[in-house]
Design a protein around this ligand. Structure first.
Ligand code: ATP
Ligand code: MG
Ligand code: FE
Length: 343
């Protein structure tokens, strides 16, 4: 089964073809492409929803043609279509849903609306088939910071989440405060590489009390004060970036360990854009090994938004016989716990 995946929830247009291997051939990703709108939104310092929708309209069909060509498939070889149906920007989601539903209708194949965070969560399984539930998933992206107990594919129990900013949002906002170019998260992480650890020290928020929730907005304020009162030299900037990154990484690691203890699971899965962070990857890898368990990450390009994770998550559900009706519907706010289990 060849599944076309379409991601348009925010400012990346992602398209991919995933083959399930049923009906012959090896299972795996046949082709994928991502077009990022970063340059379009840079002058505004953030994503402008209406511009995002219009750019998805412009890019989606060419990207589908390009991806099909790279996968050596004709449009008639597509057996199912998966698209992000939420959460995300309503206009952006509607572009992907409209194109996906139309294509499925024309080809007379099933289509399914995929939960964007389930896409992120399952990306490590697409990369490594030996990663299977049960596991604890740390979802760390631009809009979410959640710990989820994954008992089965589609059976998700929220263990804890951020009460304010998401980890990626904290990276982006902190970078902006320190005048790093948009979008700041990856730039701040790169700057932290040159920083000296320990020169600045920030709190590990909410680790001094039990529980699995997070809060990152106070950390941002601590950085702002440190930066404001500093000499603002290049090395100082790097040292503050390093201290910020260490605080976020430590906090995430402390809560991951608690979540593993609470569930008794030994596998930790990390997904979402902040999962691309090198220091976070190293820290969580070491944590899992120390406990005799394992940590599973997608390659960095599949941590941030992409069509491959949507094709893969959709393929699992389509294979199980799940699909939606022909109406074009999106769910901008959508609780992952309401998803059906994949039988
Ligand atoms: P959501 O998935 O919650 O809807 P999103 O789709 O915008 O949000 P992703 O594409 O998963 O988020 O991830 C983008 C986020 O990841 C940004 O906040 C970005 O700063 C952050 N990010 C990307 N690379 C790194 C890195 N190396 N270190 C830290 N943060 C990073
Ligand atoms: Mg993005
Ligand atoms: Fe995302």
């Amino acid at each position: 089964m060849n599944v076309l995946g379409i991601e348009t929830s925010c400012d990346e247009t992602g398209v991919a073809v995933y083959s399930t291997g049923t009906g012959g051939g090896e299972p795996g990703l046949r082709a994928h492409a991502v077009y990022s709108q970063i340059a379009l939104h840079a002058e505004y310092g953030g994503v402008v929803p209406e511009l995002a929708s219009r750019d998805h309209v412009r890019k989606l069909l060419p990207l589908i043609r390009q991806t099909l060509a790279e996968s050596d498939l004709a449009v008639a070889d597509i057996d199912g279509v998966a698209y992000t149906a939420g959460p995300g920007l309503v206009g952006a989601l509607l572009v992907g849903a409209g194109v996906a539903r139309s294509l499925a209708w024309a080809l007379d194949v099933p289509a399914i609306g995929v939960h964007h965070m389930e896409g992120h969560l399952l990306a490590p399984l697409m990369e490594d088939a030996s990663t299977r539930p049960p596991f604890v998933a740390l979802l760390v992206s631009g809009g979410h910071t959640q710990l989820v107990a994954v008992e089965a594919i589609g059976r998700y129990r929220l263990l804890g989440e951020t009460l304010d900013d998401a980890a990626g949002e904290a990276f982006d906002k902190t970078a902006k405060m320190m005048d790093l170019p948009y979008p700041g998260g990856p730039q701040l992480a790169a700057l932290a590489e040159q920083g000296q650890p320990g020169r600045f020290k920030f709190a590990r928020p909410m680790t001094d009390r039990p529980g699995l929730d997070f809060s990152f907005s106070g950390l941002k304020t601590q950085v702002l004060l440190a930066w404001r009162d500093s000499d603002r030299a290049a090395q100082t900037k790097a040292d503050i970036a390093r201290a910020f990154e260490d605080a976020v990484v430590d906090t995430l690691a402390i809560k991951c360990e608690r979540a593993l203890d609470a569930t008794g699971f030994d596998t930790l899965v990390i997904a979402g854009g902040v999962g691309a962070n090198k220091r976070l990857r190293a820290k969580l890898q070491a944590l899992a090994e120390r406990r005799g368990g394992r940590a599973s990450f997608p390659r960095p390009m599949f941590c941030t938004d992409n069509g491959a994770m949507i094709a893969f998550a959709g393929a699992l559900r389509l294979q199980a016989g799940q699909h939606g009706d022909a109406s074009v519907r999106v769910t901008p706010r959508w609780d992952m716990a309401t998803l059906p289990e994949v039988a």
